[in-house]
Design a protein around this ligand. Structure first.
Ligand SMILES: Cc1cc2nc3c(=O)[nH]c(=O)nc-3n(C[C@H](O)[C@H](O)[C@H](O)COP(=O)(O)O)c2cc1C
Length: 319
C-alpha cells in the first residue's frame, strides 16, 4: 500500500470503530486544520544541478536510527485497534529502524516491547498524585526504556471535544522538573513545549531534549503549530538539547520542513494508528518506509545530504 492508500484505508477502518472520536480535537477543533495550514505555507527551493546522494540515518542521544521519522507518544487506542497492537507497532518500528514512544496508560507489556530491541521512550503524565507519577517513572525505567518522557503540557489532562478524557493532573513546577531529573537515570525529554520560557526552564532543569508539540490537539484549544514557535525555541536552547517536533506531519515533505526548522526527529501520532488499522505490522512498517523514501527523493534535489543538513533557506515561505 502507498501512503495515500494507508491513510484512506486506516481512516475508514478507524472511523467505523466507536473510538474514532479519539482522533478528533479539543473543543472547537481549530488545531487540526490550522496544523495543516501552517505546514502548507512552505515550499522547497530546488537545487537540481549537482544533486546529492542523501541518507536518512541519524544518531540522537546515542540512539542510532535509520530514519528521523519516529512514533509520537501514544498507547490508547492501539490495543483496541488490533489484539497484539502494541507488539505489532514495536516490531514494525524496529524493522523500519525507527523509535517507539508510548503514552498513558503505560502499556502493561512495556518490558516485552523493549525486548524487541526497538528504542523505547515511555511518557508519564504529571498526575496530581505525585507519588504515583514518581512510581510510574521508576517502573518504566525498570522495564528498560531508552529515554523517559514527561508530559510537561498535560497539567489540565486530556480533552477531546467537550469530553475530559484524562484528568487528575496538575502543572509541574521547575523544582519538580529538577526532582524528576534526579530520579531519571537515562535521557529525559519534556513533551509539549511551545514557547521560549518553558524551553529555558527545561534546559535549566537538565532535560536532554524536548518535543515541541501541541499534543495533537488533545490538551488546550488554540495552541500554535510547532513550526510557529521553533525559531524562538531554537534560540532559547542554543543547541544545548535535542529538539523533536510533532503535530500534523504526514508525508516526507512535512518531515523535511520540521528538520529544516531545527528539529532532529519528527513524530507521527495518528498516522501510526492509520497504518496499524490498515495493515497491522506491515502497515506501520510501510508508513515509515514510504515517508522516508519520499524524504530521500526531495533531499536529493534540494541539496540536503542527511537529516542534519536541512536548513531554513531550503524552504520558501508563502507571503
Ligand atoms: C489517540 C491519541 C493518543 C495520544 N496519547 C498521548 C499520550 O498518552 N501522551 C502524550 O504525551 N501524547 C499523546 N498524544 C499526542 C501525540 O503524542 C502527538 O503529540 C500528536 O498526536 C501528534 O500529532 P498527529 O497525531 O497529528 O501526528 C496522543 C494522540 C492521539 C491521537
Amino acid at each position: 500500500m502507498g501512503l495515500t492508500e494507508i491513510y484512506r484505508e486506516g481512516k475508514k477502518i478507524l472511523g467505523e470503530k466507536e473510538f474514532g472520536w479519539v482522533l478528533d480535537a479539543v473543543e472547537t477543533g481549530f488545531i487540526l486544520e490550522h496544523d495543516r495550514h501552517i505546514l502548507d505555507r512552505y515550499t522547497f527551493r530546488p537545487q537540481y544541478i549537482d544533486g546529492v546522494a542523501p541518507k536518512t540515518t541519524c544518531r540522537i542521544l546515542d540512539v542510532e536510527l535509520a530514519t528521523p521519522v519516529i512514533m509520537s507518544a501514544m498507547t490508547m487506542p492501539i490495543p483496541a485497534i488490533r489484539d497484539n497492537g502494541t507488539m505489532d507497532v514495536a516490531q514494525a518500528l524496529k524493522d523500519a529502524g525507527s523509535l517507539m514512544w508510548t503514552g498513558t496508560p503505560t502499556p502493561k507489556n512495556l518490558k516485552e516491547l523493549a525486548a524487541t530491541g526497538v528504542p523505547i521512550v515511555a511518557n508519564v503524565k504529571p498526575f496530581k498524585d505525585r507519588d504515583k507519577m514518581f512510581r510510574d517513572l521508576e517502573e518504566i525505567q525498570k522495564a528498560g526504556v531508552t529515554w523517559v518522557g514527561i508530559e510537561t503540557d498535560a497539567g489540565q489532562g486530556t480533552k477531546i471535544h467537550d469530553k475530559q478524557v484524562a484528568s487528575g493532573c496538575a502543572p509541574l513546577s521547575l523544582q519538580e522538573l529538577k526532582d524528576i531529573r534526579k530520579k531519571v537515570s537515562c535521557p529525559l525529554i519534556c513533551k509539549g513545549i511551545l514557547g521560549r520560557r518553558d524551553a529555558e526552564k527545561c534546559v535549566e532543569a537538565g532535560a536532554d531534549g524536548m518535543v515541541v508539540s501541541n499534543h495533537g490537539a488533545h490538551t488546550l484549544d488554540y495552541l500554535p503549530h510547532a513550526l510557529q514557535v521553533m525559531d524562538e525555541i531554537v534560540e532559547a536552547v542554543g543547541g544545548k538539547i535535542v529538539l523533536i517536533v510533532d503535530g500534523g506531519f504526514r508525508r516526507g515533505s512535512d518531515v523535511l520542513k520540521g528538520l529544516a526548522f531545527g528539529a532532529s526527529l519528527v513524530g507521527l501520532g495518528r498516522p501510526i494508528l492509520y497504518g496499524l488499522a490498515a495493515e497491522g505490522r506491515e502497515g506501520v512498517y510501510h508508513l515509515i518506509n514510504e515517508i522516508t523514501e519520499e524524504m530521500k527523493r526531495i533531499m536529493s534535489l534540494i541539496g540536503a545530504e542527511d537529516p542534519g543538513k536541512l536548513t531554513r533557506d531550503m524552504l520558501i515561505e508563502d507571503p
